[in-house]
Design a protein around this ligand. Structure first.
Ligand code: NDP
Length: 331
């Protein structure tokens, strides 16, 4: 059995040596009420970076020299728990281990005849819920409005833009390569896309792409990209702060930015979003997402990296935009 532990709290950008691999050759046995799980897919997510620091946050930090955990799909390979049978697949927050014992608490059975297993870590998992609930609960979009999404070619962003189109919005995505911008339009139906790496004046580029101004901004990245969007907001705009990946590796507090006057003069709403605060709405959101998926109104893409030993690299690669759609490691 292999396990990945957090060895050091990363300073700045995480590096592979912040993680430690350990191997244990002993057999695992299970007691009554327990199941033995074999890991099939592991989700790597930008928010894990926050848990690797010891700063106070909405989830406790990972402990040093303990396994990291994230969203995992696993196969039940032995069961002494009547709720689970050998051969079942489950999803839940589990350790970065090739095999582990669980009581089944907090695990959901997933049906691989309904969707590919990896989809339960993406569009039919936290990713889809974040996109749907952030956009609808805080964004409150109305048909005909303009939506801007940053991190648009990533897991959450690509779903947000598509839901925006289903709801009748004009959708503009911001991403880091021309290939990603092309994918936003051709695969996900965005109306326009902007490559922030090759665009000198982002404020002007957003003004050009959104001639009627921005009504809803779904922010995954923070930093200067977001400032440029905020300079283009309309009266009563809604700004969903879902993430801020561009500053997750910062080692110093940011210098103050001056978007407040834009919020004041436009009576805009800016609100932080954490998906777990909306758990009562998960069933309704999941129903909508799976219906749209079945009707081909929604699609998704994944970057699948193979091999347990590549989990840390796949995680670090998120900060270089190496993924299109959801980054997943297949074990
Ligand atoms: P993504 O699939 O979007 O992967 C991260 C992407 O961020 C990369 O592909 C890259 O794309 C982009 N990126 C990386 N560095 C930068 C940078 N310096 N500036 C701009 N873009 C950058 O991840 P997720 O969809 O899983 O997560 C997206 C955001 O949503 C994250 O901020 C995450 O923390 C947040 N989140 C929040 C949740 C909540 O409940 N609040 C739940 C889930 C996610 P590119 O090539 O375009 O740069």
């Amino acid at each position: 059995i292999q396990t990945i532990l957090l060895k050091n709290r990363p300073v700045g950008r995480p590096v592979v040596s912040d993680f430690e691999f350990v191997k244990d050759e002993s057999d695992i046995s299970i007691n009554d009420g327990e199941i033995l799980l074999e890991t099939t897919y592991v989700s790597v997510d930008p928010y894990l970076r926050g848990r690797m620091s010891d700063a106070k946050s909405y989830v406790p930090p990972f402990e040093l020299n303990k396994p990291i955990h994230s969203g995992v799909i696993a196969k039940v390979i032995a069961s002494k728990n009547e709720s689970f049978a050998e051969g079942d697949f489950v999803s839940g927050m589990l350790d970065w281990k090739t095999q582990q014992v669980s009581t089944g608490e907090g695990l959901l059975k997933v049906d691989k005849s309904k969707a590919p297993l990896s989809a339960y870590l993406g569009i039919l998992g936290m990713t889809g819920l974040t996109a749907y609930l952030g956009l609808t609960e805080i964004g409150k979009p109305k048909a005909g409005e303009t939506l801007v999404v940053s991190g648009a070619a990533g897991a959450v962003g690509s779903v947000v833009g598509q839901i925006g189109k289903i709801l009748g919005l004009n959708v503009i995505g911001i991403a880091g390569t021309d290939e990603k911008v092309e994918m936003l339009k051709s695969k996900f139906g965005f109306d326009a896309g902007i490559n922030y790496n090759t665009t000198e004046n982002m404020t002007a580029a957003i003004a050009e792409a959104a001639p009627n101004g921005v009504d809803v901004y779904f922010d995954n990245v923070g930093g200067p990209i977001s400032d440029a969007v905020l300079f283009n907001i309309n009266k009563f705009a809604r700004i969903i702060i879902c993430g801020a990946i561009s500053v997750y590796n910062n080692t110093e507090l940011p210098k103050s930015i001056s978007v407040q006057p834009f919020l004041v003069k436009n009576s805009a709403l800016m609100q932080g979003f954490i998906v777990s605060n909306y758990a009562d709405k998960f069933p309704e959101a999941m129903k909508e997402l799976s219906t749209w998926l079945a009707q081909d109104k929604l699609t998704y893409t994944e970057t699948i990296v193979e091999g347990f030993e590549n989990i840390p690299t796949a995680f670090i690669d998120l900060f270089d935009g190496k993924n299109k759609g959801k980054m997943i490691v297949k074990i």
